[in-house]
Design a protein around this ligand. Sequence first.
Ligand code: ADP
Length: 486
Amino acid sequence: ATREAELVASVPTGLLIDGEWRPSSSGETFEVVDPATGLVLTRVADATPADGLAALDAASRAGAEWAATAPRRRGEILRRAFDLAIERQEDLALLMTIEMGKSLPEARGEVAYGSEFLRWFSEEAVRISGRYGSNPEGTGTTIVSYRPVGPCFLITPWNFPLAMATRKIAPALAAGCTVVLKPAELTPLTSLFFAQLLLDAGVPAGVVNVVPTTDASGVSSAVLADSRTRKVSFTGSTPVGKVLLKQAADNVLRTSMELGGNAPFLVFDDADLDAAVTGAMLAKFRNIGEACTAANRFIVHASVAQAFGAALTAKVKALGVGRGTEEGVSIGPLINRAAVEKNAQLVADAVDRGAEVLTGGSARSGPGTFFDPTVLTGVRPGSRLLSEEIFGPVAAIATFETEDEAVRLANATEFGLVAYAFTTDLARGHRLIASLQTGMLGLNTGVVSNAGAPFGGVKSSGLGREGGLEGIHEYLDTTYTLIPAG
Ligand code: ADP
């Protein structure tokens, strides 16, 4: 507890604007709460729209010099940030556990995953290269080159407080852009701590600015309405993403949108069932089910549904529930009371329509916002949890008979972020790559996220890709030059 208190006390709690920590212009602060205990951890400065614009001022002023900084130097600063994040991994992990709820081992996993974007894009900073060639007529030389888009506004969610920040900041900085980050109001501490690491790594004043706020829409509207902002990158819910896309239209901003998911998890009759159950535990119960990549619908061949459900249930019953700092815990609290109520309602709706509870199914009484890890089988069409993002530790199993039916059910959603499929039939695997409407596919695996891969969705799950070779291009504009042959 002393270590926790000391760590929290070491986190800067101001706004980071132009390289300095300062209070909100209103003087207001807001509470950060530990969801496992309901206790207030600390208070942080609550940015106003004017503070958002001051941050944009700083980002705008720092823009030209950062864009002109040698790519090698930008890469070295990112690499130094990676080293510092690894050096401070225990602090970063503990902060995430106490402000967000995930278990310490999972928080350490997020530090490993999230830091990797710093290393990956430190390596990409020096590989931004275009093309040189002839036009088709042979009468001129064409040159394609890239330049940073300019000041970026980045909005992150609370479920992966570090990785969602690094996944946006690292490619932006590598590309030569400056940023204003608005972290989720439920989990600002990790971002603030990480921002200090960026300063320590040598990120110049104004290149990264951070404005936690309880007025997300006010700050965001002000920053997006200012024509100096050139790009908005958002990770969060689809309804908010749609609002931001509409606002972005006024200044014709570049946009990256990582929105909601409703991942199908297909288990075919030829699947390796042990592998499918292992994959299911990761795809569903990692991060307490609070991930846009979480398996939302288990669609299992009728002939193996009972065996799959029984094996999954045995594993789920063994999951430790408690504060993420405790030994043996893998399911921490949900983020808040509203999340608990939503999970309870989704389970009640499915049960009303005929589903059977194999384990769990209810909230725990306080303190803390815990929901028991749950497995439901025989989930009927029309149940809300088949069409809504659950965002909690609830596995819903439905069945199918044919591959066509499985694909039809998998695609019967407005979302298309990720799908999982377990089959040992190689030809079927290739058919699924073509037939599933998804940005990402885990074929015989329950986790797809990796800094070296393009993360993103289709349909209402979003626009653009983060990570991989693609990630840096979200922060680059293309210039094409034609020179007539002499
Ligand atoms: P969740 O349901 O996961 O909290 P949200 O989409 O509400 O998802 O939140 C994701 C991020 O979007 C958070 O940083 C939140 O503060 C921010 N946000 C919410 N509403 C708005 C808005 N109207 N404009 C800009 N950002 C917003």
